[in-house]
Design a protein around this ligand. Structure first.
Ligand code: ZN
Length: 854
């Protein structure tokens, strides 16, 4: 095995285990999937790609690859099966990876799940695979499958795996992980294998999930493997020594002279799409073996190869044999200098497939054939409008552009916008290399571009999707699309074309964006949750933004629980231009008791009511996205005593802790770590390091001693969690301190206060067990597991059936000051408005307060 490659395997698995939480044009794919057809739409193809499409036309094989998260999938295997075997290969990821950390931006939870979903789609565009999900929510790390199933709705996720099998009809299922619950692995990983094995037995049973059979048929996969690797054997040596006679080996390092690329080079580029997880991967060359361990075979025998005994030719389709022969002849006679010369054969093949009785393969192969015909003509079809964000129920100008770049006889017949009953008839000839454009107005649908799995409030473990046909789809269908009918010789073909927005940037050139249906006016407050302390009223800026020109209407504000007031309750607005904003100062007064409520803005425009905000995702490796979300924001009143201290924050990987502290009345300045001097530090009494600062801030490799000296003189230094791998310095504390992967993932797990009289537990807020109620997602992560005697552990906690851990919150007096290491997930708890974590952190900020005064 190649060394670099091995490293890459270890990293990917370890990362998934270790990060444990670190864990889209685009939509066209999902449209086609909704028709039960795996299909890749893409730009125009050249002769070598057309030839590969012809190869694929002759192969009738399906594979389903099953794992738990974005990044679990073996892109070498997916690319090999797609590009060398020409099998339709689908990656079924149980989750969208919402529970991870984001290495490229500030998005997390649902927004991160959207980023990861699209990273997978981009990866599949490179490796040729298809993408599916279940409704399972990546709620964060879990240590066992049992814990996972206590949070996921096991039966629902199983039904989604069965659904994926029935839709993609795999001959072979490959699991990334073992189902062995004794093997220590992320609970989601083990769960994915358990569900995949259960679904293998169920998918062909019409009594299982009969509601699905309205849309698809039962299906029995032929066999199932576990894609093993040395990592599951504990070490490379153990794997080398292991008996592999029962394993199938595959050399995935195959070189393709037509594209000039080895399979693992494609796999490396595909894997490098997982940018939010920092998984840029090498593009490896040379032989590379992967192993498949047989789990199930309908004939109960050990196959000699992955598709042994499975007919993956046209012979598997009744009446298909002659088509197979025709495809072979097409393959043999294909002229790379003139793809259009294949057209008579392609039309003959298309018509032969059309005559077959209705079946899965008939539908799939007609689509494939249609695409090859289009590519052989150099037929380009585009529909574009003038704006990325369009308002519901409005009319948008659309330009249809179509060009046939061959001398093959073709005509544009008609076009039907998906949301309209109207058909635009044209019947114009498409002469060789002559652009034809048609203008028309498109009636925009009434629904907003809210990702379908986020339309209903998700539970901790599951997304709520009622429409069976949407379940599993990686992304939404294009907001606007048209069906264009083209006549090629005697053949009438329909092409589904998404409506896009296109512009030319002087630096970047052509920029294409999908179109989104967004409310005409949005409302947004800056924070995820608004926190109020000691009954203090606050003025919150609420930003109204016009998404379209010349718009007027009214805004109403209300809070859904008694005791809260918000003013103004109602106001009118007028905007001239799209993009214009207006900041409205809203005064919110909380009640005296500690309660949680929702601030609900509602915007009325032209008789329609909206209550939404928009988040824009604009990453180079992903399609541009306008995500519409509910603008309701939680408001939380608290009773937290704070001390008047000068606080500075040094950002790490990025978090909203500083902004959260400002909400409850602290003054927090941001400090640039590269310019730190003893003099600058002397202006502050408390310094807080952002999450993973010792992983991400290079300057801390040498500014650490300056910080420790400042602590010695009386400062309080609060270090939030860091991961133990890739620290810029091992000296993260003035005394020895080791970071482990220990974490407590059950947010309701019992907590023992070890030092009830320690000032961090008493002053100025008395910490009690009630302060540990209602936390979101988890307790904390990357606890310390070994520390110098100077450290005092303050809390003890553990997940079910685990040993108590004391390394979540450690305080060490150092000189006249304090050093604190905290694995508690303040970066999640504070923005979510959990009162307990605010109280604990306030006490820690107060450490040494009296000293400073005296
Ligand atoms: Zn994983």
């Amino acid at each position: 095995m190649n060394k670099v490659f091995e490293w890459f395997v270890i990293c990917s698995f370890k990362a998934c285990m270790m990060k444990q939480r670190i864990h889209t044009t685009t939509c066209f794919l999902s449209v086609l999937f909704s028709l039960l057809i795996p299909f890749h739409a893409s730009a125009q193809k050249g002769a070598d790609e057309i030839y590969k499409e012809i190869k694929k036309l002759g192969v009738l094989a399906n594979v389903l690859y099953v794992a738990a998260h974005p990044d679990d999938e073996n892109t070498r295997m997916i690319s090999y099966l797609s590009n060398h075997v020409y099998a339709n290969t689908t990656y079924l990821s149980m989750t969208r990876g919402d529970g991870g950390q984001n290495l490229i931006g500030h998005e997390f939870r649902e927004m991160l799940g959207i980023i990861r979903s699209h990273e997978l789609l981009e990866a599949r565009k490179i490796d040729g695979g298809y993408q599916l999900f279940t409704r399972a929510n990546d709620f964060g790390y879990s240590k066992t499958a049992r814990e996972t199933f206590s949070i996921w709705d096991k039966d629902q996720v199983l039904s989604d795996v069965v659904w994926a099998i029935r839709k993609t009809k795999p001959d072979v299922i490959i699991n990334r992980f073992p189902a062995d619950t004794n093997f220590q692995n992320h609970g989601h990983h083990t769960a994915s294998a358990i569900l995949s094995q259960a679904a293998f037995d169920l998918a062909n049973d019409p009594k299982a999930y009969p509601e699905q059979l309205k849309y698809t048929q039962p299906w029995q996969p032929h066999r199932q493997f576990f894609n093993t690797t040395w990592w599951f054997y504990g070490s490379r040596e153990a794997f080398d020594a292991a008996d592999k006679s029962k394993l199938l080996s595959l050399d995935l390092g195959e070189y393709d002279p037509m594209t000039g690329e080895s399979n693992n080079e494609i796999a490396g580029r595909s894997r490098s799409m997982h940018k939010s997880q920092g998984f840029g991967a090498p593009e490896v060359r040379g032989e590379s073996f992967d192993y498949l361990d047989l789990l199930n075979d309908v004939d109960n025998k050990m196959p000699a190869s992955i598709f042994d005994d499975i007919d993956i030719t046209w012979n598997r389709v009744p009446g298909g044999k002659a088509i197979g022969t025709k495809v072979s002849q097409l393959d043999a006679s294909f002229d790379f200098r003139s793809p259009k010369s294949s057209l008579p054969q392609l039309i003959d093949i298309y018509q032969s497939i059309e005559k077959l009785p209705g079946s899965y393969w008939r539908t799939v192969k007609l689509r494939e054939c249609e695409e090859i015909i289009k590519d052989c003509l150099g037929l380009f079809i585009e529909a574009r409008t003038t704006s990325v964000n369009v308002s519901p129920e409005t009319s948008m100008p659309v330009t249809l552009e179509i060009i046939n770049r061959s001398d093959v006889e073709a005509s544009l017949m008609n076009m039907i916008p998906s949301n309209m009953d109207t058909m635009f008839s044209y019947e114009v000839p498409l002469d060789n290399n002559k652009v034809v454009t048609k203008e028309f107005r498109y009636r925009v649908p009434g629904h907003l571009s809210i990702p379908y799995w986020l339309e209903k409030q998700p539970t901790t473990g599951m997304y709520v999707v009622d429409d069976q046909q949407k379940i599993g789809q990686p992304a939404d269908d294009p907001a606007m699309q048209v069906v264009v009918k083209v006549k090629i010789k005697e053949l009438l073909l329909d092409f589904d074309i998404p409506v896009i927005y296109k512009t030319v940037d002087p630096a970047e050139g052509e920029i294409i964006k999908p179109v989104y249906i967004t409310p005409p006016v949005t409302a947004e407050v800056e924070s995820e949750a608004l926190v109020f302390n000691e009954s203090q009223a606050r003025v919150i800026p609420l930003v109204l933004k016009a998404m379209t020109d010349s718009i007027s209407g009214s805004l109403r504000l209300k809070i859904d629980k008694p005791g809260w007031t918000v003013t103004p309750e109602k106001m009118d607005f007028v905007f001239q231009k799209s993009g214009e904003t207006s900041t409205i100062p809203c005064t919110i007064t909380p009640p005296e008791n500690q309660t949680r409520a929702m601030l609900m803005p509602s915007i009325e425009v032209g008789g329609l009511t909206y209550h939404h905000k928009i988040t824009t995702l604009d990453y180079d490796h992903l399609p541009y996205m306008s995500i519409v979300k509910d603008a309701s924001t939680p408001v939380q009143s608290m009773d937290i005593k704070i001390t008047n201290r000068s606080i500075a924050y040094i950002d790490g990987a990025g978090d909203d802790v500083a902004a959260s502290l400002r909400q409850i009345g602290y003054d927090v300045e941001m400090l640039d770590p590269s310019t730190l001097t003893a003099d600058i530090l002397s202006h502050y009494q408390v310094i807080i390091l952002g999450v993973r600062a010792f992983n991400t801030v290079e300057a801390l490799s040498h500014k650490n001693t300056l910080l420790f000296d400042w602590v010695k003189k009386g400062g309080t230094l609060i270090t939030q969690y860091n991961v133990n791998r890739g620290l810029v310095t091992q000296d993260i504390a003035p005394y020895p301190l080791t970071i482990s992967r220990d974490r407590v993932t059950e947010e309701n797990s019992p907590v023992t206060i070890l030092q009830p009289d320690h000032p961090a537990m008493t002053t100025p807020n008395k910490i009690t067990s009630a302060d540990f109620d209602g936390w979101v997602q988890e307790r904390g992560l990357y606890f310390s597991n070994a520390w110098d005697d100077h450290f005092i552990p303050l809390l003890e906690m553990h997940d079910t059936k685990e040993n108590p851990m004391k390394g979540s919150l450690l305080v060490a007096p150092y000189g006249n000051g304090y050093y604190v290491y905290s694995g508690l997930s303040w970066f999640r708890h504070l923005p979510a408005g959990d009162p307990g974590p605010y109280r604990i952190l306030s006490n820690i900020i107060s450490l040494g307060y009296k000293n400073n005064k005296s």
